[in-house]
Design a protein around this ligand. Sequence first.
Ligand code: SAM
Length: 226
Amino acid sequence: MHELAALRAWMVREQLAARGIEAPLVLAAMRKVPREAFIPARLRARAYEDAPLPIAAGQTISQPYIVALMIQALALRGGESVLEIGTGSGYAAAVLAQIAGQVCTVERIGALADAAAATLAGLGYGNVQVRHADGSQGWPGQAPYDAIIVTAGGPEIPPSLKAQLKIGGRLVMPVGASPHAQALICLTRHAGDVFSREVLADVRFVPLIGAEAWPEADSPPQPRRG
Ligand code: SAM
């Protein structure tokens, strides 16, 4: 077996399954997607570390365990329409694309959106559409979605995203009063305005910056001391 494929199988076993990720579709998807293709060439030997890694434009590719935890919480069965906010490298979009029917992903930094679209196309992910825009307002043209995943932290769940979620659908997002520390929230839409929420974990994501998130001028503010 190729060395990186062996490391990927080890990552799924030791970092995901051993820590309680059980969803067979998520484990199978993460066994397939080559994380090394989504990170800078100089970091490829570290592709299966149990950590986030830097990508271009000061952003990050999330820790594999957190990607798996978030996607598992969406409770996908296969074939769904999924919206991702925060394309970054495109890695989570690729994992989603292994499970869902259609993935729409939005990134506010144009260079990252372009690079991710090229990586995803190069790997043959024809069911992912990448858009360069402020994702805090969702992607109304493709709504509603069976599931929404936000991979950057905001002060609250943007109303536009709640409105673009189907009844019965789930939304997973890091939410916190500080742009640097959040609770990972899973929101379920039961009826028009009826939502329930569950806290999954404490997390530290880069800030979600946009009209329904942290303002650009203030971002990233320093945590208050004292
Ligand atoms: N899902 C990504 C991956 O698999 O590589 C990791 C995403 S990274 C932790 C968060 C991303 O959210 C960054 O690329 C950042 O530019 C993006 N972002 C922040 N605010 C955004 C917004 N309003 N709309 C879209 N993307 C945003």
